[in-house]
Write a new protein. Structure first.
Length: 276
C-alpha cells in the first residue's frame, strides 16, 4: 500500500515537472501574463470593481474560481483532520486532577473515585498541570475581544488596505486558540465546540459557492458579482465590490473554523479532553 502510494506520487510529480517545462522563463517580460493579463488588471481594476486594493480584486474577482477552490481545500483539510485524528470513543481516564478554587488545593482522583464535576467549588485541571495564573487569564479576557474586532476590520477593509478573508480568518482563529492556551482546551470547546466549528467551516464555503450560484440564477456567469446589482440596488461596478466583500466574509469564517478545528485535534490527540 505504501509502495503504491509512493509510485503514484512519483508519477504525478513527474507529470507536473514535465508540464512546467512549457512555462515561460520566470519573470519573462515577454510572457502572455506580463504583456496582456497584468497590464489589464493594473489599469482596469478600480474601473471594473471599484476596489483600490489590486491584490483583493485579483484574488476574489478576476481569479475568483481559484480562491474558491483554495477555500474548499482548507475545508477539506479540516474535515480530513477530524477523520484521521478524532477519537469519538470515550475512554475511561486513569486519573483526574481538580483544584479547589478558594484554597488552590489539588485533588487527585483515581479511577473509580467520585469526580466533583458538578461542584462549583472545584475546577478540573489537566494532568500536565499548569499553575493558575490570574494575570494571564485576565489579560486574555481583555485583549481577545479587541483581537476579534481587529480581525473583522481586516476582513471588511481588505478592499482598501492589506487584508482579506484569509488574513482576518487566521486572526479570528488565533484569538480562540489564545483563549484555549490561557485557560484550557475544555473551556475553549465549551465556548466553541466541534459541531459549531464544522458548521461554520461549511457555512463559509457555502457563502462563497452560494454567491456564485446566485449569480447564475440571475442569468450571469458563475461568480460574476455584477449580477448582484439588481438584488443590492446598486450599479454593476459597486455590486462587484460588494460581492468581493461577501465572499471574503465566507473565506474568513471558513479559515477561522478550520484553524480552530485543527488546533483542537492536534493539541488533544483527537480526544478533546486534555491538551495545550
Amino acid at each position: 500500500m505504501k509502495l503504491g502510494g509512493l509510485i503514484l506520487v512519483v508519477i504525478l510529480g513527474g507529470v507536473l515537472i514535465y508540464g512546467s517545462l512549457e512555462f515561460p522563463p520566470w519573470g519573462d517580460p515577454a510572457s502572455s501574463a506580463s504583456c496582456h493579463v497584468s497590464p489589464y488588471y493594473i489599469e482596469k481594476c478600480v474601473e471594473d470593481t471599484s476596489v483600490p486594493n489590486l491584490v483583493t480584486a485579483v484574488l476574489a474577482d478576476y481569479r475568483g474560481y481559484d480562491t474558491m477552490f483554495e477555500t474548499i481545500v482548507i475545508f477539506t483539510a479540516g474535515i480530513g483532520c477530524i477523520f484521521l485524528l478524532r477519537i469519538f470513543r470515550k475512554e475511561e481516564i486513569e486519573t483526574r486532577l481538580y483544584r479547589h478554587i478558594a484554597t488552590g488545593i489539588t485533588l487527585r482522583i483515581e479511577r473509580g473515585g467520585k469526580f466533583p464535576e458538578t461542584s462549583a467549588a472545584f475546577e478540573r485541571i489537566d494532568s500536565v498541570w499548569v499553575p493558575h495564573d490570574l494575570i494571564v487569564k485576565t489579560t486574555c479576557r481583555l485583549i481577545v475581544p479587541f483581537i476579534q474586532i481587529f480581525a473583522l476590520y481586516v476582513i471588511a477593509h481588505g478592499h482598501h488596505s492589506p487584508g482579506g478573508g484569509f488574513q482576518g480568518g487566521v486572526i479570528l482563529g488565533a484569538a480562540m486558540i489564545l483563549y484555549a492556551v490561557a485557560f484550557n482546551l475544555r473551556s475553549a470547546i465549551q465556548r466553541m465546540g466541534e459541531r459549531v466549528t464544522v458548521m461554520l467551516s461549511t457555512l463559509g464555503v457555502f457563502i462563497y459557492a452560494g454567491t456564485g450560484g446566485l449569480c447564475v440564477l440571475l442569468g450571469f456567469n458563475y461568480l460574476d458579482y455584477s449580477a448582484l446589482a439588481s438584488v443590492l440596488g446598486v450599479d454593476p461596478v459597486t455590486a462587484r465590490s460588494h460581492g468581493i466583500l461577501i465572499v471574503e466574509l465566507g473565506v474568513g469564517i471558513a479559515v477561522m473554523a478550520v484553524m480552530v478545528t485543527l488546533y483542537y485535534n492536534l493539541a488533544s490527540a483527537g480526544k478533546h479532553d486534555e491538551g495545550l
